[in-house]
Structures are given as C-alpha cells and as structure tokens.
Write a protein that binds this ligand. Structure first.
Ligand code: NAD
Length: 361
C-alpha cells in the first residue's frame, strides 16, 4: 500500500461513524423549488454528506435541479427514497402544509429528518412529529435558519456575557415586496424566523400573543401582520411581517438596560451594532432620586464571521447525525415556535385579542 493510501485510510478511520453506520450521510433532498434548491446545494457542499436522491413532485423543478447533480437519483415520489435502506436522512423543503405529513413518513421509515420552518401548521401536528421522532429514535431538526446566523450567535453572546444589561424589549421587521403565498399568510410564512430568534435571545417563550393583520390581495390570507409577544416577567417583543411593503427590511432591535443592539441582515458589513445608549435613573444621586439621565456613547460594530447560515445549518445537521449529538433547533424548539404562531393566528381570527400560550396544546 502506498504511503498516500495509508494516510488516506487513517484519515477515513478517524472520521466519526454515526448512527447510520456509514462515514458519509446519504441524503434525499425533497422539494427543490425556490428555497429548496438552495438547501439542496448546501447539503451537496456539506462535508460527509452525499446527496443520493433529489425528489420533487414537479417534473420541471426536478429535472432542472437534479440535472446539476448527476450522481443523485431523481424521483417524483418520496417513497422511493424512504424505501431505500441506503438513505439515512431526508431534507424537506416542500410547501409548509406538507411538512408534518412528510416528516412523519420519513421518520417512520427510519430516516433522520431536516425539515424547513415551520415544523407544522398546527401545534398538534408539530407535537405529532416530535413524538414520532422520539419514538423511533431519529434526529429531527427544524430549519430555523437565523439560529445558525453568526450575527445572532454574536448578539446572544453580547446579551449573555456582555454589558448590555437586562433585556427590556425587542422589535423585529421582516418586510418586503416579496413572495406572496397562496396557502399560508405572511405570519406563518415569515414570522417563524423572528419568533425563533426572539425565544432564543429572551431565553424563554412568551406567555401571550396578540396579533392584528389584514388581507388585501387574497381573502383570508393576511399580507401584513403586527404581533405583540408578552413574557411572564414583563418583557415584550413586537413582530412586523409583510410581503406587501416598499422597503426590504430584515432587522431586529433589542433594547437593554445599559446598551441597545441591532441586527440588520440587509447590511453587508455592519450586521450588528451595539449602541452605548440608555437612560439611567438617579437612585444613586440621593438629592435627585427621580431624575432620569439619558446617555449617548459610542457605537461599536463587532466583526461578524462571514459563514453562510444555510451551510452552517446543514453542517450542523450532518455532524449531529453522524456524531449522535443533539441538534440546536430540535423538535421541541420547532414546537415552541409553532405554538407561538398558532397563538398569533387565533388572535388574528379573534380580532386581535390576547391569546395565552398555555391555551395552545
Ligand atoms: N429557511 C428559510 O429562510 C426559508 C426561506 C424560504 C422558504 N422556506 C421554506 O421552504 C419551504 C419551501 O419554500 P419554497 O419557497 O421553496 O416553495 P416552492 O413552492 O418554490 O417549492 C416547493 C417545492 O416542493 C415541491 N413539493 C411539494 N409537495 C411535494 C411532495 N409531496 N413531494 C415532493 N415535492 C413536493 C413542489 O413541487 C415545489 O417544487 C417552505 O416551507 C418555506 O417556508 C424557508
């Protein structure tokens, strides 16, 4: 055996062998439409991952996308991949209403599952997927992309270990003249990301949600939604989503007791800004205890790693399956976001009243 071959073999042996009992994860990418094709490309670029199947019910999308990966088999039926024992995992980037059904079918076939957000269109369905994953002992990961964004990780570090102080409140905007969905409203289509980020940065789930929105383009499908999330300890967050807006904004603003932080995903080089701004109560100045002094200091722009969030996300899924380690955005996390979305949906239907999360199963 040549020295190169020996070196290669040693490297192969050093790589983890996962639950699948293979060195490379064999994956079927289901749904290769507008977003799914990016998911497919990202998995194809992920180390230790082999795209074995490309699946889409639409022949045009299937031929176009699968043609880029001649080594992968093409199919319009997910069952072909589910019945193939060589397939270890399935990524699902189909229409949101199909997520729960396809994820449960894949899990029951013994596959690990990566499913796009939202995990399901109801908390009951999300719980069913989560329980199926538990009962079959397979990984379930939800594509809450922003939780893999280096900027969100940086903001979380600043809040946990920095000197921003206690987080008071936050507001998010995800607005654009963008893809108008026919089956789901802007709340279900866009707010998963914001809700996932808010729950992560607040380190909690809200106690209640109230939401107001309006349908202008299609009856019963809200194009714009304004929602308020209230937490048990008095903190709050506001979410504004719309696909009918002149501005393209993807921004999170966080107001802490000592500092304020923004995450602007549309900015190329200044995604995170930390404002040394705040209002201090004069309790320490005994003669003026009621005075509130405003403070305006430096603005710091921390350097954020340029890693592509989708690649980080796909790598995390593959590594977690192979190394048998927990995933960050697991079924519990997916269910939590869906419960908030369902509470918001009930509020929308009920005219904007407050819906408690404990009312959602
Ligand atoms: N993480 C993100 O940032 C992000 C961004 C956009 C969309 N998404 C999510 O990705 C999913 C797909 O969105 P999209 O914009 O690509 O939608 P899309 O309509 O462009 O594509 C969906 C594709 O799924 C296929 N499909 C549907 N049911 C199928 C089935 N049973 N078997 C095989 N193929 C099936 C359709 O033929 C279509 O090609 C949605 O759930 C959406 O919420 C996530």
């Amino acid at each position: 055996m040549s020295r190169t071959a020996t070196r290669k073999q040693t490297k192969e042996q050093a790589r983890p062998i996962g639950a699948a009992g293979k060195r490379d994860l064999r994956l079927c990418a289901v749904g290769v439409g507008n977003w799914g094709r990016h998911v497919l490309s990202a998995f194809a670029r992920t180390p230790n991952c082999q795209v074995a199947y490309v699946c889409d019910a639409d022949a045009t999308a299937l031929t176009r996308e699968a043609g880029r990966f001649p080594g992968a088999r093409q199919t319009a039926r997910i069952d072909d991949a589910l019945n193939d024992p060589e397939v270890d995992a399935v990524s699902i980037a189909t229409d949101a209403m199909t997520h729960a059904r396809l994820a449960i079918a894949a899990l029951r076939a013994g596959k690990h599952v990566f499913v796009e957000k939202p995990l399901a269109m109801s908390a009951a369905d999300a719980r069913a997927v989560l329980e199926t994953a538990r009962s079959v002992g397979r990984k379930l990961m939800v594509g809450h992309l922003l939780e893999y964004h280096p900027a969100v990780a940086a903001v979380e570090r600043l809040l946990r270990h920095g000197d921003a102080g206690e987080l008071y409140y936050a507001y998010t905007q995800r607005i654009n003249l963008g893809v108008v969905r026919k089956d789901e409203n802007a709340w279900w289509s866009l707010a998963s990301h914001d809700v996932a980020v808010i729950c992560r940065l607040f380190g909690a789930e809200p106690e209640s949600v109230s939401a107001a929105g309006q349908s202008f383009l299609q009856a019963g499908i809200e194009d714009v939604v304004f929602a308020t999330l209230k937490f048990g300890d008095g903190r709050m967050a506001h979410v504004h989503v719309s696909w009918l807006d002149p501005h393209k904004v993807r921004k999170v603003t966080l107001v802490g007791a000592r500092k304020m932080i923004t995450f602007d995903d549309m900015s190329a080089n200044e995604k995170v800004r930390v404002y040394d701004k705040g209002a201090d109560r004069g309790e320490h100045v005994t003669e003026f205890p009621d005075v509130i002094t405003l403070r305006t200091g430096d603005i710091v722009i921390p350097k954020i790693a340029g890693d592509e969030p989708l690649l980080v996300e796909c790598r995390h899924f593959v590594e977690s399956v192979l190394a048998e380690t927990p995933v960050l955005t697991d079924g519990e996390n997916g269910l939590r976001v869906v419960r908030v979305l369902e509470a918001g949906q009930r509020s929308l239907r009920g005219g904007g009243g407050l819906v408690k999360l404990r009312e959602i199963e």
